[in-house]
Design a protein around this ligand. Structure first.
Ligand SMILES: Nc1ncnc2c1ncn2[C@@H]1O[C@H](COP(=O)(O)OP(=O)(O)O)[C@@H](O)[C@H]1O
Ligand SMILES: [Mg+2]
Length: 350
């Protein structure tokens, strides 16, 4: 090796050592700066996210609303780089509002964004899981977590065969759900057979259905656990009259002592018989919930479980990526979950 080259190399090594031995400067504390590029909230439901927009407005954080039902994307270079982050709030129940077309489109859009390196919160994998109760049950099954005994069918003609071996009552659910839409309970095999004969079984948008044991809820409630950034955020008990399968927490209009909840109730209208109460599940459940969402890649999610009144067995049954926070959070769970959500989005957008 020529001498000069050896000298240069030695000098470079010395310089590196010098840098290495120099005490590291402490990074300045993170400043609560606003994201330089706007974030985008991609959504279909017109009202559910008003509290998120209100919180963003309150903090003067730049954002745009993308209407998932009327949307296009260009495959131009850097076409999607205008947003610092995209928060996917597309709803699987969009098909009940005339927006079925947006569901499958969303899968392609999210996958495209991810390929383009855009930061997506609740991305394509999360949305895949969100739009298939079959995948949700399969995930629970693979994690060894308890779920109601279920079978997946691709045609109503399969419902009776699928129900053999299940304990009645059962429910038949569309694979792509949301807010309990299309769920029907059958108390006997004869009742189910009759529904099949009369073409009364609707499997919904993807012609796939879940045939599942109905679990009588201990205490007359289910439990819903919300997570943010794969971490436990809060839990609530939702008391059901047993007459409805629609338990969207934004619609819940009474606390357990019967007081009216303000805000979203005004928007959605009261649904009688639904009450809600803040509740922290046992650590084992919280650990399971966090595990489920990590596996599902759902960063902002809500999971539902039910305790079987017959034997006390816990069953997880619904994994949601589109998770509406409970109305009037400060009173029900002691803090404003929408403020936590916006904290998270701002952190992730930076
Ligand atoms: N297997 C079941 N046993 C008893 N109740 C159920 C069962 N599955 C669903 N429900 C009731 O119906 C509601 C909606 O069902 P869910 O599976 O969560 O559908 P969605 O995705 O539409 O919310 C639940 O919150 C619960 O109250
Ligand atoms: Mg549900």
């Amino acid at each position: 090796m020529p001498r000069s080259a050896a000298r240069t190399r030695k000098a470079a090594t010395d310089a590196r050592r010098k840098v290495a031995s120099k005490p590291r400067k402490q990074a300045p504390p993170a400043r609560a700066t606003k994201p330089s590029r706007p974030m985008a909230i991609y959504h279909e439901h017109p009202r559910w996210f008003l509290p998120v927009f209100a919180e963003l407005d309150r903090r003067s954080i730049p954002y745009v609303r993308l209407d998932a039902a009327h949307h296009h994307f260009d495959l131009a270079p850097n076409g999607d780089q205008q947003y610092g982050l995209i928060f996917n709030r597309m709803s699987p129940s969009a098909w009940t509002r005339g927006n079925a077309h947006a569901i499958f489109y969303t899968l392609s859009y999210l996958a495209h964004l991810e390929r383009s390196g855009v930061r997506v919160v609740n991305g394509s994998h999360a949305f895949r899981v969100e739009t298939s109760k079959a995948l949700q049950l399969s995930l629970l099954h693979s994690l060894g977590l308890p779920h109601p005994r279920s079978a997946v069918i691709n045609h109503p003609s399969q419902a009776v065969a699928a129900a053999h071996g299940l304990r009645f009552p059962i429910v038949v659910k569309p694979n792509i759900g949301g807010s309990g839409v299309g769920i029907v309970r059958f108390d006997s095999i004869e009742q189910l057979e009759s529904a099949v004969r009369n073409d009364a079984i609707q499997l919904g948008l993807d012609s796939t259905g879940i045939v599942q044991e109905f679990i009588p809820a201990r205490g007359g409630h289910i439990t819903r656990v919300e997570t943010l950034g794969y971490k436990y955020l809060y839990g609530i008990k939702v008391f059901t009259s047993g007459e409805t399968f629609d338990l969207c927490p934004m619609d819940i209009c009474k606390t357990s002592d019967g007081a009216e909840i303000k805000t979203a109730c005004v928007v959605e209208g009261a649904k009688t018989g639904l009450r809600v109460e803040g509740y922290r599940p046992p650590p084992k459940v919280i650990a399971a919930v966090e595990r489920i969402f990590r596996e599902a890649q759902i960063e902002v999610g809500g999971l539902e479980y039910i305790i079987d009144d017959r034997d006390g067995q816990l069953y997880y049954y619904d994994v949601n990526a589109l998770s509406n926070f409970v109305s009037d959070g400060p009173r029900i769970v002691g803090f404003d979950p929408f403020a936590r959500l916006v904290d998270y989005l701002v952190k992730e957008a930076r």
